[in-house]
Design a protein around this ligand. Structure first.
Ligand SMILES: Nc1ncnc2c1ncn2[C@@H]1O[C@H](COP(=O)(O)OP(=O)(O)OP(=O)(O)O)[C@@H](O)[C@H]1O
Ligand SMILES: [Mg+2]
Length: 286
């Protein structure tokens, strides 16, 4: 697969800060994949996204977009990308439809606004001023805005933050469909649920550095605890035992428990992405 983005030794310092916020990171985002940038608050995820979308230009290192130096590409770049910003910004005195029509006016290619709004459940509220929208409605509108130009690459910064599970699922389904149609997604998040469902590969960013780039499956294999937990009743109380998954069929103690014990539950000890996040970054999720 071709690299949509090839990032090498990227460093970036905000003018007001003493040290680099991004401290020499390298990664590829392949065309057609969903690439997740994960990490604790303040790690530099949004900064990285802002650099990739040419919002912050004064960086060191090299960024190629489909083999062209990002710095050499003009405004045509914006025809190709869709961006969902971390904090939704809309014109609050305009209606949702007026907002979307305004922004789609900037592009040569346009998606079907009604279809997108219907999908996220906002069509019936299209004539409501965005200032009267709830937080979750603004987040959904923000997503629609990112899709307005049928982008080739979609950037989404904390795209399901503040959504209830039903609406989060709608957005995640739309992202998965976009990817299935050949779209490339750069997703920034600290919601591990989104990662498991959407990401082909993830990179963990901590304090401006990337410390692990892998697939969710390989991470689970690498950090996973291969064990089986059994809960059983003994003398009227619940007891627990843990057995290694390898060679479980020959583990006499385990087999004895299954035959003779009053087993209540059995679980394989798969490590969740949450646990992996904590192991890799050393930071507890709130
Ligand atoms: N405009 C700015 N000027 C100076 N420092 C900034 C600016 N924006 C962000 N920073 C700093 O850069 C660091 C990285 O911020 P960034 O927003 O990229 O983090 P993040 O990984 O997206 O965090 P979160 O998960 O909270 O969104 C933080 O220390 C932040 O305070
Ligand atoms: Mg951020």
């Amino acid at each position: 697969m071709e690299a949509a983005f090839k990032v090498e030794n990227l460093c970036f310092k905000y003018p007001s800060s003493k040290e680099d916020t991004i401290k020499g990171i390298s990664f590829d985002v392949l065309e057609g994949e969903t690439f997740g940038l994960l990490g604790p608050s303040g790690a530099g995820k949004s900064t990285t996204q802002k650099i990739l979308i040419k919002l912050l230009e004064d960086y060191k290192g090299s960024i190629k977009y489909f083999d062209k130096d990002l710095k050499s590409i003009g405004n045509s770049f914006y025809e190709e990308i869709g961006v969902g910003f971390e904090v939704p910004v809309h014109f609050s005195k305009l209606t949702a439809l007026e907002n979307l029509k305004f922004f789609s006016g900037f592009y040569k290619k346009n998606a079907n606004i009604q279809e997108l709004m219907e999908r996220v459940g906002l069509w019936e509220y299209r004539n409501v001023k965005v200032g009267e929208y709830s937080k979750g409605m603004k987040v959904r509108l923000n997503f629609v805005r990112a899709m307005l130009n049928n982008p080739r690459v979609l950037f989404l910064d904390e795209v399901t933050n503040g959504l209830d599970p039903k609406n989060a699922k709608i957005i995640k389904d739309m992202i998965a469909e976009y990817r299935a149609g050949g779209g490339t997604v750069f997703l920034t998040t600290h919601l591990m649920n989104d990662v498991e469902q959407l990401c082909d590969r993830v990179a963990f960013c901590v304090n401006g550095r990337l410390i692990e780039i892998s697939t969710p499956r390989d991470l689970k294999l690498k950090y996973g605890k291969r064990e089986v937990k059994v809960e059983y009743r003994e003398n009227g109380t619940i007891a627990g035992a843990c057995f290694p998954l390898d060679g479980i069929g020959y583990n006499e103690e385990f087999i004895k428990l299954l035959k003779n014990g009053k087993v209540e539950t059995i679980h394989s000890g798969e490590t969740s992405m949450e646990e992996i996040f904590i192991i890799v970054t050393g930071v507890e999720l709130k």
